[in-house]
Design a protein around this ligand. Structure first.
Ligand SMILES: NC(=O)c1ccc[n+]([C@@H]2O[C@H](COP(=O)([O-])OP(=O)(O)OC[C@H]3O[C@@H](n4cnc5c(N)ncnc54)[C@H](O)[C@@H]3O)[C@@H](O)[C@H]2O)c1
Ligand SMILES: O=C(O)C(=O)C[C@@H](O)[C@H](O)[C@H](O)COP(=O)(O)O
Ligand SMILES: [Zn+2]
Length: 379
């Protein structure tokens, strides 16, 4: 299901990488470089408007809000800001309502541009707000976590969570630009860096075997925040995601490969209560389980499962799943968006760099969970 992604020009990125995402009149550019926040050119050529609204949170605001605000003041006559509390729980109707309220109280017109300054939580929430305010206003992603730079800011999936499932209410709505300033990763906590590495690792087995080799060889440099290594990881991840989304924007087929590890992962996040496991942690662990399922379906050798487990553990991510019980896992996975006709469907690896989507017999799912869940762990 995943034919060859065009290879990157080199493993040493240009200082200013620009990855295009081709979607006709919704095409845009992902800009990747250190120092982008403070460069006036970064903010030139965006949709014209009188008002901009920066949405961020109380962790990111003290770090980066003033700098973004200063740059945008040179472009928009009015720059509004909304600082939300931190955390996955903010992907909610209440936060969406706060954004709507802020926009309406400020009499923001339908040209107003929203800026999502933060990680995937702020990006998903602000993107959804942009999709629905006055039936749609432009927005710009300014991702400040590794996870957001390599994944959530790109491709236009926007959403809030429902107590029964992740991202259950949302829209496909593309940003006008993505600005990934690599210097913002300097302040990221180590646990969040690891969470971002989970989505970086994902791109190898689903689409690019050589990238998986590269990640293994450069994991120490990535964890030590070597800028060159991070720049290449962000650039290559974005190239792969842009290539997938460019062919299947609304996930009618190919795009589902980006969900590797997510059927189990989303079940863990929802089952544990949003925020206890980070998204990247749940996806990392979910990839171990989905790799094992691929092996049990006879698609990859068991050595591949060991390889994935080694890499995910070395990236500082959990490889043992919470023991929620088979019935609870099945209940949680029953509302996964990939499901069809009542069948739970998983992204499986069909060979290095090649993924597909399949259902699996309940006995195999039970075997996978029995192998990788820890009944003694606190759930
Ligand atoms: N739309 C998509 O395609 C897509 C893809 C992957 C994940 N997601 C979603 O993204 C979310 C996870 O995103 P995330 O991992 O970025 O989590 P997050 O947005 O919660 O950010 C992680 C933490 O880092 C903090 N933070 C952000 N930038 C910082 C910085 N530069 N320095 C210090 N702290 C910083 C945040 O305040 C937060 O505490 C989940 O809701 C997930 O479902 C969406
Ligand atoms: O962009 C995509 O497509 C993805 O699946 C990327 C995932 O990493 C991301 O977590 C996404 O939000 C999951 O989408 P969902 O449709 O399963 O909610
Ligand atoms: Zn994800």
């Amino acid at each position: 299901m995943s034919p060859t992604v065009p290879s990157s020009t080199s493993t040493s990125p240009r200082p200013y990488a620009r990855v295009p995402i081709e979607l006709g009149d919704r095409s845009y550019e992902i800009r990747i470089a250190p120092g982008l926040l403070d460069e006036p050119d970064t903010w030139a050529g965006l949709p014209r408007a009188s008002t901009a609204l920066i949405v961020t949170n109380d962790i990111v605001a003290p770090l980066y809000l003033a700098r973004l605000r200063q740059q945008l003041s040179g472009v928009y006559s009015r720059v509004e800001t909304l600082v939300l509390p931190d955390g996955e729980a903010q992907k909610s109707w209440e936060s969406l309502d706060r954004i709507m309220d802020h926009l309406l109280a400020a009499t923001a017109d339908r040209k107003t541009v929203l800026f999502a300054l933060g990680g995937g939580v702020i990006g998903d929430l602000t993107g959804f707000a942009a999709a629905i305010y006055m039936r749609g206003v432009p927005f710009v992603q300014v991702p400040t976590t590794l996870l957001a730079q390599v994944d959530s800011s790109v491709g236009g999936k926007t959403a809030i969570n429902h107590p029964r499932g992740k991202n259950m209410v949302g829209a496909f709505y593309q940003p006008a630009r993505v600005v990934a300033d690599l210097d913002t990763l300097d302040t990221l906590p180590a646990r969040e860096l690891s969470a971002g590495l989970a989505e970086v690792i994902k791109y190898g087995p689903i689409a690019d075997a050589a990238f998986l080799d590269w990640i293994e060889q450069n994991l120490s440099a990535l964890m030590a925040r070597d800028k060159q290594a991070l720049a290449y990881a962000v650039q290559r991840s974005c190239e792969i995601k842009a290539w997938v989304v460019g062919q299947d924007e609304r996930e009618s087929g190919l795009r589902a490969i980006l969900n590797f590890g997510h059927t189990f992962g989303h079940a863990i996040e929802t089952g544990m209560g949003y925020g206890r496991w980070l998204h990247g942690e749940a996806v990392g662990c979910g990839m171990v389980l989905a790799s094992d399922l691929s092996a049990r379906l006879g698609l990859v050798p068991t050595a591949f499962v060991e390889r994935m487990k080694r890499l995910i553990r070395a990236a500082g991510l959990p490889v043992v799943a919470p023991a929620l019980g088979l019935d609870r896992y099945l209940e949680l996975m029953q509302i996964d968006k990939k499901n069809e006709g009542g069948d739970i469907r998983f992204v499986v690896i069909e060979g290095l760099g090649k993924a597909g989507v399949r259902s699996a017999p309940t006995e195999l799912i039970a075997e996978v969970l029995a192998t990788h869940c820890d009944p003694s762990a606190d759930t």
